[in-house]
Ligand binder design. Structure first.
Ligand SMILES: *[C@@H]1O[C@H](CO)[C@@H](O)[C@H](O)[C@H]1NC(C)=O
Ligand SMILES: *[C@@H]1O[C@H](CO)[C@@H](O)[C@H](O)[C@H]1NC(C)=O
Ligand SMILES: *[C@@H]1O[C@H](CO)[C@@H](O)[C@H](O)[C@H]1NC(C)=O
Length: 836
């Protein structure tokens, strides 16, 4: 089992979440930053090597001249700054069926400074990566160990059998630590009961002579060692793999000195060193550390020194945090003093400010890898202006916070009032669009745009599994091709094949419309496009605007009344409405000037939605496609969402009697919960993963009927339910399972977890947020406790009106082990069995 240091210590799951596409397919990487050793023709130049793009002749193809054996053709990507790269994707040249070239195997080289190139090897030392088997499927490979680099080269292995073309994508995130290399004495070898324990730096990518220089390796690979250093969580490696270790016999000075070089001068707050402390084997954390700083050209005379408290009781490996007292430095040299015979580290991280400072005096020794990055130009401006800017930004932030708070209060009031003002609503032509929202197609976690990007460019794999799946295999598991396959082992793969928010390039909370966030297992859209959309065109003029439900950068979601909707519904679906009466519908509109990508995504969303036909799932009723803006019309239920519905009500009892508030009986509550379970049973039978199940996403109709929808993220009202990680992903963490948060895995089992939370919300009548006493950071910390499973995790408490069997059901949904969580089938049955 892996512990990601940043997951549990710094509160952001780097390896779990750091998996966003870096912009080959989406175009954030510019043509000029993509180059190649050669090209077959102008129409197969480097810039056409973008994953999932069909421009030019459909891929990059090198010119094959001479003997393939000596060829070193490459496609090079310049990321403009250091990135932590965890995953790569490759694809061949398909060109609509004309092409059939792909790379069966390839290698990767990378560089941080553009001059020293390093061949990537996996943890077992293998350089060659298995690539594609056909010209169209995307194959993704986890990079274990991950790469920290600015430049990456894909080097197809070329042989006589076929021509090679490639389209590629890199996944990861920016490397904020800024560390470009560490120099350290070589790790040593321990002999323990006749066995050798190799404590060398197994993945160091610099030079290894008498000492290690100019590289990064095990101390920055995002992986912490186990308590017992003789074991490793990496499969098939030598004992001691996770640690770099030294014995005091080789260091007469009593310390090991490691020097760290950074990309620029930074303002350092802390250093965290992950140390082994297996004292029974004479391994202990360092007893003292002395650190020197080089801010300009010289080393400062006065070091800082720190002595951690020695722990002779608890043998677990741990992070030791050393405060660096806001020293400015571009290099740090630390001397770690032995406190016993052995000292072993598995990870060292640095925390520093992210502001830019004047660094013209101190170019880092290992080369200036990010000099020409436009975002680092600020370096040359002077500090005073910068401080001025910071003050201004803080001021603006304060203003924004005030506005947001004010809007939330206002919105809550509006929500209450507006439902009672149906009569004097304005009628708006839907073609008149608000000018205030802008479309940007990278931004939406719930929108299908990012969804499809994930679907097509990304098959979710367990972060460490070297395995991958071809979409064509998964296609067979689509509803048309299979009935439910819940009991097969393969089903697990499908679930894991589901993409998650983290890969999508999510930036902005406002950048979200009420899209649905259903995830489709590695759905190839080609397959769908062969099918007719069985959704009819609805005349726009029959829609009457009532209220805005949400908005985002993609468009808006409106609550409308529709006339004559009955004629548009297929026979197997009956809206319980009287002939010629208007019905409430939700209308999702795409901004009229949206670009091609957004339109395609919108069409794909329609195709997905049109397949969902369960009694407890919101249905797509009709579309308006004949003119702009494109609209998607879905059901809406008269009582709004379950969260608001329950907050307006009280449980039957004294309080309700006294306050004269409307009530919901326990049996109706139970009835509603069963319907949610039934809707989820349906979704899971299709292998759909919802990923945002919560009361805010369930709609309430007549007689307590419930249908599951997905509007949550588009509404400001609920923005507090979502947590933004590193300005990247916006996630409903209070509803998310530990593995979704830490490992980025979204499966039916994580939907089951969310169901448990939803049930809890219902039984508390949505009077408070789950874990309302915990901050977002504490919620994530608690997730770490679930992961560690040392009985320190906090569960949601049993609500006063919740019977024991139902609380037991909730607890089973929050089982640490996904396999031990009940299926929706079982949940549904349990709820039926304990019907009041
Ligand atoms: C570390 O030691 C192991 C075991 O002797 C060896 O196979 C491996 O090549 C070494 N790694 C490096 C980078 O020296
Ligand atoms: C480093 O950051 C701290 C806190 O943000 C600030 O107080 C200090 O002045 C900074 N140091 C320098 C030299 O700018
Ligand atoms: C190494 O550490 C042990 C335990 O602290 C000590 O007894 C021994 O003298 C040290 N060896 C050297 C060479 O300093």
């Amino acid at each position: 089992i892996l512990v990601y240091p940043r997951v549990l210590q710094n509160l952001f799951p780097l390896t779990g979440v750091c998996r966003s596409p870096l912009g080959m397919s989406r175009g954030q990487i510019l043509d000029e930053d993509i180059s190649a050793s050669s090209q077959w023709s102008d129409s197969t130049a480097a810039k056409y090597g973008r994953l999932d793009c069909e421009e030019g002749d459909g891929a990059w193809c090198p010119e094959i001249a001479g003997e393939p054996e000596n060829m070193n053709e490459f496609l090079q990507i310049d990321l403009r700054s250091l990135h932590f790269i965890t995953l790569v994707g490759t694809q061949g040249r398909h060109a609509g069926g004309i092409g059939n070239e792909f790379a069966q195997t390839y290698k990767i080289k990378y560089s941080r400074d553009g001059s020293r190139w390093i061949s990537w090897r996996n943890r077992q030392g293998k350089e060659v990566i298995e690539g594609n088997r056909n010209a169209y499927d995307i194959v993704l490979k986890d990079l274990e160990p991950p790469i920290i680099a600015r430049f990456v080269r894909f080097m197809p292995v070329i042989d006589h059998s076929m021509n090679v073309c490639m389209r590629v994508e890199l996944y990861g995130c920016e490397w904020l630590d800024g560390l470009v290399s560490y120099n350290s004495p070589l790790g040593q070898q321990m002999t323990l009961n006749g066995h050798h324990i190799y404590l060398n730096d197994s993945v160091y990518d610099g030079a290894m002579g008498y000492s290690m220089t100019e590289g990064l390796g095990q101390l920055t690979d995002g992986m912490c060692g186990l308590d017992d250093f003789t074991h490793s969580h990496v499969y098939n490696v030598w004992p001691g793999y996770d640690y770099v270790g030294w014995t005091n016999e080789s260091f007469l000075s009593g310390y090991v000195e490691i020097m760290f070089e950074f990309d620029r001068t930074r303002n350092f707050t802390t250093m965290k060193v992950h140390c082994n402390n297996m004292f029974s084997r004479r391994v202990k954390t360092f007893q003292k550390v002395v650190c020197y700083f080089r801010s300009e050209l010289d080393w400062e005379a006065t070091p800082i020194s720190f002595s951690p408290v020695m722990d002779d009781v608890n043998p677990s490996a741990r992070f030791v945090t050393v405060s660096l007292y806001n020293h400015m430095a571009s290099a740090i040299k630390c001397q770690y003093y032995f406190s016993d015979i052995w000292m072993m580290f598995s990870e060292i991280t640095f925390q520093s400010d992210t502001a830019m400072y004047n660094t013209t005096l101190a170019p880092p020794k290992t080369g200036p890898p990010i000099r020409d990055d436009p975002t680092h130009k600020v370096d040359d401006s002077n500090t005073r202006i910068l401080i001025g800017c910071l003050v201004a930004i803080i001021f603006i932030l304060v203003v924004i916070i005030v506005i947001i708070l004010w809007r939330q209060v206002w919105q809550k009031m509006l929500e209450k009032v507006s439902r009672r003002m149906l009569d004097d609503e304005l009628t708006a032509s839907l073609s008149i669009q608000s000018e205030t929202f802008t479309y940007n197609n990278n931004n939406s976690p719930s929108s299908v745009s990012s969804e499809q990007e994930s679907n097509s460019t990304y098959e979710r794999i367990f972060p460490l599994g070297p395995d991958y799946q071809e979409p064509s295999r998964l296609v067979r598991k689509l509803p048309e091709f299979s009935q439910t396959s819940e009991d097969t082992g393969e089903f697990q793969n499908v679930q894991e094949g589901v993409p998650h928010y983290a890969e999508a390039d999510i930036v902005n909370l406002q950048g979200v419309t009420g899209g649905n966030t259903y995830a489709v297992p590695a759905l190839t859209m080609d397959l769908l496009s062969g099918k007719d959309v069985a959704v009819e065109e609805f005349p726009r003029k029959l829609l009457t605007f009532k209220e805005k439900l949400g908005e985002g950068q993609f468009g808006e979601v409106h609550l409308c009344e529709a006339e004559g909707m009955q004629d548009f519904m297929d026979e197997d679906f009956s809206f319980d409405v009287i002939e010629n009466q208007t019905v409430l519908v939700a209308v999702k509109m795409l901004r009229a000037d949206a670009n091609k990508n957004a339109r395609n995504d919108f069409l794909k969303e329609i195709k997905i939605m049109s397949r969902l036909k369960g009694p407890n799932i919101i249905r797509l009723l009709a579309v308006c496609m004949s003119s702009d803006p494109l609209c998607m019309i879905t059901e809406y239920m008269e009582n709004g969402d379950l969260n608001q519905f329950l907050s307006r009500h009280e449980p039957e009892g004294m309080i309700a009697l006294l306050s004269n508030a409307p009530t919901v009986s326990y049996s109706n509550l139970h009835h509603m919960a069963s319907q949610i379970a039934s809707g989820m049973k349906y979704l899971s039978s299709l292998n759909f993963v919802h990923r945002d199940l919560a009361t805010r996403n369930c709609l309430v109709g007549k007689n307590y009927t419930i249908k599951i929808a997905d509007f949550g993220m588009s509404r400001n009202l609920y923005s507090g339910d979502y947590y933004r990680i590193q300005g990247r992903a916006v996630l409903p963490i209070r509803w998310m399972s530990w593995e979704s948060i830490l490992l980025g895995k979204f499966t039916t089992s994580s939907d089951v977890w969310a169901f448990g939370v939803t049930l809890w919300e219902m039984l508390t009548f949505c009077k408070e947020q789950p874990y309302s006493q915990l901050s977002d950071e504490q919620v994530i910390e608690n997730t770490g406790e679930f992961f560690r499973d040392q009985r320190r995790q906090i569960y949601l408490p049993q609500p006063p009106m919740c019977p024991d069997p139902v609380y037991k059901l909730m607890l089973s949904c929050w089982n640490r082990n996904t396999k031990e969580r009940p299926s929706f089938q079982e949940i549904h049955q349990t709820l039926l069995d304990c019907k009041p």
